[in-house]
Each structure stands twice: as structure tokens, then as C-alpha cells.
Design a protein around this ligand. Structure first.
Ligand code: THU
Length: 307
């Protein structure tokens, strides 16, 4: 079954009342207020959330979207869910939980374009355009409609955002001290060969949650290069700590992820539930767990079982 498609655009809304008035002037019809809660799940491909809405059946929404600060296409599957608590329990147990996004949404409709005026808990006010693409259509008509409404609602470049609410909430909830430590370390990297600085920061479970940082250290004999995570692990262990409670890694690339070797090294001192914040220079882009990065990992317990 082919996914359905939307052309979407999201922006911060400095004045929801004015946006509402502008939408009505642009010919949109007010379709009322919705109360929605989206529970996200950790999945390896695309995104998966359960949407619960007061007075409507719950839906599992599986979707894929490239995050760019412009109108972009989202491809999605909708599945009706008769028992939301059971589905949340099943998917959280097997995939792990992601953020929960709660919002009050005023829905306006103009032809096949949905206009969302969202008040999102912890994130403030937003305006979203979603043009629903008819099956088999090219996207030209929808892009044109979104562009026209964007103009009418005054959604300027400075207000448009690339990311979804789940990522924005993840960033807002991220531990700033750890992110700043990773940033500091990244600035100190020794990278004359790759010119790719990486910073890592580890919060110790012991030592009152002390934070240790590390940068990548390259070498003219290339294989002698040390990853940022390894530098940070060395600092933590040298300070007398043995357990890692939380990890941040930062690099200026779409999504930095620890290399395979570093995942194994982190697993020596951390657990499958340990959060790993994957950061760009502006902050956390995604938070995953070590178990998500290193499933079916080898550890000392495997040797105990062999004896
Ligand atoms: N690098 C890290 O520091 N950590 C990672 O997890 C990925 C790669 C560094 C090593 C090398 O200095 C540069 O990135 C390019 O591979």
C-alpha cells in the first residue's frame, strides 16, 4: 500500500489571533479546536507516533519526512488503534519510548490545505500548513497553495523551522551543561587531517554527576587517531569514576553518531537505557539510548554464561 502524502510547512507564531484572522481572510473555514497527545516511539527508520485525540479514534501514524526549513513532503500511513494504552505498552517495551507532545490545535480548512494553529505544551505557539496530496498527483499544485497561504499568513523565513515538535521538545529538555561541555570539547579537537572536530561529554553516575569531556585527537599515522568519546572515557575513568549516566556527542554534520567501536566502549561503562544526545552546533538534534545504538551487544555477562 502506497503512503499518503502531505506538503508541509511549520513556523513559530508570534501572534496566533492575527494568524487566525488572516487565515479567515484568506478564505479558510474554522473547523474547531482539537486536543491531541502524540506519543513517539524509538524506531530505526522514519518516525512512529500514536495520536490520541479527545472525541476521536486513536491512530498510529508512521511517517517519513526530510527536515528542511521550507515546504517539504511527508509520506505517511495511518492505522486505527482500538486500544491505545495496550499499544503504548507494547511498543514502549519493544522499541523504547520517545517524547510525548501535547497540544491544543485550532484547525482551519482551505480546499485541501489544513491550517493548524497549535499551542504546544512546553514549546509555545505555532502555525502549520498541510496540503493533502491527492493520490498520484505531482506536488506542484500543493506547493503553490502552501506558498500562497504562507504569504497570506506572513510566515517569514526567520519563523520557519525544519524540525518537528518531538525534536524541538527533545532539544528544550536536553541537559545544557552536557551540551555545552561537548561544544567546548569540539572546539579543542586536534583534527589537522579530517578537519572534522567532534566533542563528547559524559556525565558520571558517581562523583555527584560530574561531567567529563573529550575531543578527537588525530595522528599523522592515521590509525592512531582517537575518537572524542574515547578521550572523554579516559578523563572519566582517570577521575576515579566507573559508570556513565548520560552522553552527548557533537559535530557539525546532519546527525553525528558514535562509531561502532565507541558504542562498544561506552557499553562497558553504561547501560542499554543510557541516553545519548546527538548534537549539532545549535544543540541536541536527537536523543537515543545506547541500547538503540548497540542492540544485541557483547558484554562480560556473555563470558560468565559460557563458563
Ligand atoms: N570521530 C569521533 O571522534 N567520534 C566518532 O564517534 C566518529 C568519528 C572522529 C575520528 C576522526 O578524528 C574524525 O572523527 C573522522 O573520522
Amino acid at each position: 500500500m502506497q503512503p499518503a502524502r502531505n506538503v508541509e510547512l511549520k513556523a513559530r507564531d508570534r501572534d496566533p489571533a492575527a494568524t487566525f484572522a488572516a487565515a479567515l481572510t484568506a478564505g479558510a473555514r474554522d473547523a474547531g479546536v482539537l486536543h491531541q497527545r502524540d506519543t513517539y516511539f524509538a524506531v530505526p527508520h522514519g518516525r512512529l507516533k500514536l495520536r490520541e485525540e479527545a472525541g476521536a479514534p486513536a491512530q498510529l501514524i508512521a511517517y517519513d519526512r526530510t527536515d528542511t526549513a521550507s515546504a517539504r513532503t511527508s509520506a505517511y500511513h495511518l492505522v486505527a488503534v482500538p486500544d491505545p494504552p495496550a499499544l503504548i505498552a507494547a511498543l514502549t517495551a519493544t522499541h523504547g519510548a520517545g517524547p510525548v507532545v501535547q497540544k491544543t490545535r485550532r484547525l482551519l480548512l482551505r480546499e485541501n490545505v489544513r491550517i493548524h494553529l497549535d499551542a504546544v505544551t512546553g514549546l509555545g505557539d505555532w502555525v502549520e500548513l498541510e496540503a493533502v496530496v491527492p493520490e498520484g498527483a505531482d506536488l506542484a499544485d500543493e506547493h503553490a497553495k502552501v506558498a500562497r497561504l504562507r504569504e497570506a499568513l506572513g510566515m517569514d523565513d526567520a519563523q520557519v523551522v525544519a524540525e518537528g515538535y518531538a525534536q524541538l521538545l527533545t532539544r528544550a529538555a536536553a541537559p545544557q551543561d552536557l551540551v555545552e561541555a561537548a561544544r567546548l570539547a569540539m572546539g579543542r579537537a586536534h583534527v589537522p587531517y579530517s578537519h572534522f572536530p567532534v566533542g563528547a561529554a559524559l556525565r558520571a553516575e558517581d562523583n555527584d554527576g560530574a561531567v567529563f569531556l573529550g575531543a578527537n585527537v588525530e595522528n599523522s599515522a592515521y590509525p592512531q587517531t582517537q575518537c572524542a568519546e574515547v578521550s572523554a572515557i579516559g578523563a572519566l575513568v582517570s577521575a576515579g569514576c566507573r559508570r556513565v549516566a548520560e552522553v552527548a556527542v557533537m559535530a557539525d554534520t546532519p546527525l553525528i553518531t558514535p562509531c561502532g567501536g565507541c558504542r562498544q566502549r561506552l557499553a562497558e561503562l553504561a547501560g542499554p537505557g543510557t541516553p545519548v544526545h546527538l548534537c549539532g552546533p545549535e544543540g541536541v538534534r536527537r536523543t537515543v539510548t545506547l541500547g538503540y545504538l548497540l542492540p544485541l551487544s557483547f558484554d562480560a555477562a556473555a563470558m560468565d554464561r559460557a563458563r
